[in-house]
Design a protein around this ligand. Structure first.
Ligand SMILES: [Zn+2]
Length: 216
């Protein structure tokens, strides 16, 4: 980490570029391939539409990582008692538009949160592909949890896939509640294209999300 890189709250006018960064960062993640298919241009286009259709809420705690003025990472979270997925997911009716694609997953996440008491939620951690494995993700998580601590939260929840568990401090992994829910189950846009190996890898990545309660 260098002095060139700074962490600061995301501003509302940066939301569109933050959502494009999310689409770019998650382009090769199994859940994006499962949702939007193996063809890369179509996958990026649909993923960007999905993220851009999500709204900005003033109450949320979004942290950005910047190199100079360039946004290179983000950590999106909700404060204690205002968990976005619990407040904004209607289990009786899917939303209109692109965000309907993972509605049933969000319903299962909401159900898994139900017995966790008052909680914050760390929803997304994204780092520009050019700067991944440079410690930016861990730094964003650490500073986000510190903000929740200042905010007097007791527990922050996050969903984690097995290939991202290395972002969690080893002592925290014992708290993982494995295989609480899977992404699959709603309509899938996956098509068998030329790169079937990518599709196979994506399906292998569907080994389930774990719920991780992080005490603050
Ligand atoms: Zn929740």
């Amino acid at each position: 980490m260098t002095d060139i890189l700074t962490l600061r709250p995301l501003e509302r006018d940066q939301w569109p570029s933050a959502m494009t960064l999310a689409a770019r960062s998650f382009q090769s993640e199994p859940f994006i391939i499962e949702l939007f298919g193996v063809e890369p241009v179509q996958r990026f286009t649909l993923a960007q539409q999905y993220y851009l259709s999500s709204q900005w809420y003033d109450n949320e705690l979004h942290l950005g990582a910047y190199v100079g003025e360039v946004l290179v990472g983000l950590c999106l979270s909700s404060p204690a008692g205002q968990c976005h997925v619990c407040e904004h997911t209607d289990p009786a009716r899917p939303p209109d538009g692109p965000t309907s694609v993972d509605w049933s997953f969000k319903v299962r996440v909401r159900a898994a949160h139900a017995d966790q008491g008052t909680h914050g939620w760390l929803s997304r951690l994204a780092v520009d592909p050019a700067l991944q494995r440079a410690g930016i993700g861990r730094s964003l998580i650490t500073h986000t949890l510190e903000r929740h601590r200042v905010d007097r939260a007791h527990t922050v929840l996050l969903e984690c896939q097995p290939h991202r568990e290395d972002l969690i401090p080893r002592r925290g992994r014992s708290r993982l509640r494995p295989h609480a829910y899977r992404l699959g189950g709603n309509r899938s846009r996956v098509t068998h294209g030329a790169d079937s190996s990518l599709h196979e890898r994506a399906l292998r990545g569907r080994s389930g999300y774990s719920l991780l309660p992080v005490p603050i």
